[in-house]
Design a protein around this ligand. Structure first.
Ligand SMILES: *Cc1c(COP(=O)(O)O)cnc(C)c1O
Length: 222
């Protein structure tokens, strides 16, 4: 029951934020199910949530296998070790954490079809976070342009936990701007139409700055 209420209020609030901020993009809610088991995840699907995100390979595989016959779009949102790429990359619909050229090479090698990926960027330059720093991005784009199994649908970012409202605004705005700059290059495997940013604590601001996918965990399961 609580789950249904949380689901309803999250979906209503996202609609409200889109309306209030006059956002022109469509926003897709990814329910991050890393906190819960297969049963609870299954209940969410019954409630009509069909974009699911996991950040660990073992948990992803467990849920993917248990829920294989359900109408789910699968997002892998966590950092992925190169040696585990082969275990999941052909199963995910979107991979959100492309954070090194070596990882891109491994994906390009192991993929049996074109994989939708987000380039994870770290414009806040916080040392503990994964993602390309601003001055690494150009080189990454040059390398990935030659990888036919990778389709860069957009950018993904994670805000530092301690960020103030102003820092969040700056980070989300800068990420949006960077996405538009890359899109304008019209590189063939980089449509760059999507922005994966915003979590339970900061999704309204992310939507205001153009997020098309928000990754929400805690709010569903509190
Ligand atoms: C856990 C996680 C989320 C969701 O965070 P909440 O604060 O629980 O909403 C989003 N993105 C990534 C990469 C995560 O690991």
């Amino acid at each position: 029951m609580a789950l249904e209420q949380h689901k309803t209020s999250i979906f209503q609030d996202v609609d409200q934020v889109v309306a209030d901020s006059h956002a022109s993009q469509t926003v897709t809610i990814i329910a991050v199910t890393k906190y819960v088991d297969v049963d609870t995840t299954s209940q969410l699907i019954e409630l009509g949530v069909n974009h699911l995100g996991e950040n660990r390979v073992d948990q992803f595989l467990k849920k993917y296998q248990a829920l294989a016959n359900k109408p789910v779009t699968w997002h892998f949102i966590g950092s992925l070790q190169r040696r585990k790429v082969k275990d999941i990359i052909n199963l995910v619909d979107y991979f959100h954490a492309l954070d090194s050229i070596k990882l891109a090479q491994e994906i390009n090698k192991r993929a049996d079809h074109v994989i939708n990926c987000f380039l994870q960027v770290n414009l806040s330059e916080e040392a503990s976070k994964h993602g390309f720093l601003r001055d690494e991005i150009e080189q990454a784009l040059v390398a990935i342009a030659d990888m036919p199994k990778i389709n860069l649908v957009g950018l993904m970012t994670m805000a530092p936990l301690a960020a103030s409202q102003t820092e969040l605004e700056d980070l989300f705005a800068a990420t949006h701007q960077l996405k538009e700059m890359i899109k304008a290059k019209k590189i063939k495997n980089m449509p760059m139409t999507e922005l994966s940013m915003g979590m339970s604590g900061d999704y309204p601001l992310a939507i205001k700055h153009g997020a098309t996918f928000v990754r929400i965990g805690k709010l569903f399961f509190q």
